[in-house]
Design a protein around this ligand. Structure first.
Ligand code: NAD
Length: 516
């Protein structure tokens, strides 16, 4: 029998149909850009970028603030689009537009200061003859590849800083949720801003083309894809920053306010149906309060209302983004239960769309996949620990290091524990809080990333190449002593001067201590 699979050509998809995962309804379509299309978009960006850079930070600020107004004026529509492609509850969808406006304000207001020329003092007295300047010049085209969990917010989280830096941005949203990025790009064009933001949609091949056409890449997404992106950037010798997966621990110490810890961890674990890079993914609780905490957490999670609420603000927990994502959650729950964990609430798909019940797993062991692998879903596995030291050891026993939280009645103790955790951020008596503080860096340690976003100057300077400029402070002669022609006498003079500035004690004048 002929193997039809071998002989039939694989159809090339030219469009992506975007569906609402809550009910399967069609939310929209976008094209699949091939590498030639991506290259043409990058060329257009390259043409437009020099003028954008020449506007200076103050000139760009005006456009970023106009975009901020557009986002706020269109917030309701943006929220509708977000819900249509994610199945998020209204409250969670409604947060993204104002947070985008906040990011636009942050970078618009601070870019000029962060990008200002630096005039470092000379490292040696000899250097004082020069005026030293460090200038920050943007990479012309920054490629931005983002995931599906915050389709609008991720555009601003990673896209505003390079624009503020003076770069042009080639933006590739996830194939799962491209429609909010389409809206963002529409807004940029509707306000009449220079054409330095270009959207390209498609799958992995389109993402690879973005890397091929960019001068610098920022990637937010899974660790597995991030590794491929890093390799592709290394091949081209271009820099990349990576914000990747996480498995964030929460440590509940016996002196914690258990009411707040349970409520905060429930929110930190279930927000966006657990599809947050910094969501609480595992909980370590000191033995004396373990049972009480599990009971309170179970109570909190069991009370969550789940469903599709349109614009009615009725539900707390929405759909998973894809069926594949829901299946990972199911696998982690099933294998934990098979290994002896106890479901205290939830534990199953609801049977509607991609919804999975908010779930608490008790009596969990460190060896289970729900502890070692990123779940990215609405589950909270809880592990009993003997004490603070064991909690820290198990929390650090992970390939990931994105963020963590510590719940305690003693803030000094919380800070001590925080400084022993291998994580890019630690929130004390709160969850996800660092993500809303743009003046703090958001770095991923270990397999959670390379580099960081936000956090003052670092968050924008990563999109810039530093340039060193020297110019004379004193009148110059026709030639310097270290220029041609070389001679013994001149060499002695100038190496002697360098030695005098560089050395200590007798060595400064060419003697060793023994000779002296
Ligand atoms: P993903 O890695 O599957 O996809 C991310 C993006 O990469 C998509 O746009 C995709 O089309 C593109 N892509 C896929 N293969 C590519 C390739 N070979 N070359 C170039 N681009 C390619 O991630 P996802 O499933 O969309 O998102 C979920 C993951 O993102 C989770 O692991 C989550 O923890 C992580 N995430 C991290 C952060 C953070 O700040 N650290 C924030 C949000 C999400």
């Amino acid at each position: 029998m002929t193997d039809l699979r071998a002989s039939s050509p694989v159809p090339t998809l030219t469009t992506i149909t975007v569906r609402n995962p809550a009910d399967g309804s069609v939310a929209g379509t976008v094209p699949v850009d091939d590498p030639d299309t991506v290259a043409a978009k990058a060329r257009a960006l390259r043409d437009a970028q020099p003028q954008w850079e020449a506007l200076g930070a103050e000139g760009r600020k005006a456009w970023l603030l106009t975009m901020q107004d557009w986002i706020l004026d269109n917030a309701e529509h943006l929220t509708d689009v977000l819900q249509s492609e994610t199945g998020k509850p209204r409250t969670e969808a409604a947060m993204e537009a104002p947070l985008c406006a906040d990011l636009l304000k942050y970078w618009a207001g601070n870019a000029a200061r962060f990008l200002a020329d630096q005039h470092p003092s000379a490292h040696s007295p000899l250097g004082k003859v020069k005026r030293l300047t460090t200038v920050y010049r943007p990479y012309p085209v920054v490629g931005l590849i983002i995931p599906w969990n915050f389709p609008l917010l991720n555009v601003a989280l990673d896209g505003v800083a390079p624009l503020a830096a003076g770069a042009a941005v080639l933006l590739k949203p996830s194939e799962v949720t491209p429609l909010s990025a389409v809206e963002f790009a529409r807004g940029w064009s509707e306000i009449g801003a220079p054409r330095v933001l270009s959207l390209t949609t498609g799958y992995a091949e389109t993402g690879a083309a973005v890397i091929a056409e960019s001068d610098c890449v920022h990637f937010t997404g899974s660790t597995a894809t991030g590794r491929k992106v890093a390799v592709a950037c290394a091949e081209r010798l271009i820099p990349c920053s990576l914000e990747l997966g996480g498995k964030d621990p929460a440590i509940v110490l016996a002196d914690a306010d258990l009411e707040r810890a349970a409520a905060g961890i429930a929110w930190g674990g279930m927000f966006n149906a657990g599809q947050v890079c910094v969501s609480v993914e595992r909980v370590y609780v000191e033995a004396p309060v373990y049972d009480e905490f599990v009971a309170k957490l179970t109570d909190e999670v069991a009370r969550l209302r789940q469903g599709q609420d349109g614009n009615k603000f009725e539900f707390d927990v929405g759909a998973m983004a894809t069926h594949a994502q829901r299946d990972i959650v199911q696998r982690h729950v099933d294998s934990a239960v098979a290994a002896g964990a106890r479901v205290t609430t939830g534990g199953r798909p609801t049977g509607v769309g991609t919804f999975f019940e908010p779930t608490v797993l008790a009596d969990v062991e460190q060896s289970m996949s729900c502890i070692s692998e990123e779940t990215f879903g609405p589950t909270l596995p809880v592990v009993k620990v003997a004490d603070e030291d064991e909690a820290i050891r198990l929390a650090n026993d992970s390939v990931y290091g994105l963020s963590a939280s510590v719940w305690t009645g003693d803030l000094a103790r919380g800070e001590r524990v925080a400084r022993r955790l291998e994580a890019g951020a630690v929130n004390i008596n709160d969850a996800l809080a660092n993500g809303f503080s743009f003046s703090l860096p958001m770095p991923g340690w270990k397999s959670s990333g390379i580099g960081s976003r936000n956090g003052g100057p670092d968050g924008i300077l990563k999109y810039c190449r530093s340039q060193a400029i020297t110019s004379p402070r004193l009148p110059t002669q026709s030639r310097e002593i270290n220029w041609y022609p070389y001679s013994r006498r001149k060499t002695k003079v100038f190496t002697g001067v360098i030695r005098a500035a560089a050395g200590r004690g007798w060595r400064r004048i060419g003697r060793t201590p023994r000779q002296s």
